[in-house]
Design a protein around this ligand. Sequence first.
Ligand code: SF4
Length: 142
Amino acid sequence: MAIVKDKVGVVSCSGEDLPEGTISRIATRIVLEKLRPNDTVTICLPLFLAGSEDERAFARVFPTIAIDGCDKRCAEVGTKKYSGKPVATIVVSEIMQKYPYLKAKSRGKLSAKEKELALKVAEEIAAKVDEVLERKKRGDSN
Ligand code: SF4
C-alpha cells in the first residue's frame, strides 16, 4: 500500500444504456492507458457495488474522481455510499454542452466525432487528476 499514495482513483459509471456511458468508459480508459498511466488507478464499479471489501476500501485509500455519463451520477453516488466521497465528478453530458458539434450516439464502436468527444472528456479528467495531485502535494485536504 506504500506506493499508492500519489495516485488518483478514477471510477467510471458502467452505463450500457446511454451513449454517454460508453463515452465515460472509453474516456476513462484513455486516461488510464495513455494520458496519465502513472498517476491513476481504477476499480470495476459493478464489483464495487456487489460488495467486495477490497474494492470498497478503494476510495478510503485513494482520492477518487467519478466519471459519469449523465446527471444521475451513478459512479459518484455508488462511490460515496460504499467507500468515500469522490473529490470531483466529471459528467459527460455536461462536457458535451461545450462541444455541440460532438454528439454521443453509439453504444458500441465509436465514430470519429465520438472518438473526439471521448478525447475531450479524457483531457478534462487528466486535468482534474493533475489538480488533485497538485493539491495533495501542497498538503491541502480533499
Ligand atoms: S450515470 Fe447515467 S449513463 Fe452512467 S450508469 Fe448512471 S444512468 Fe447510466
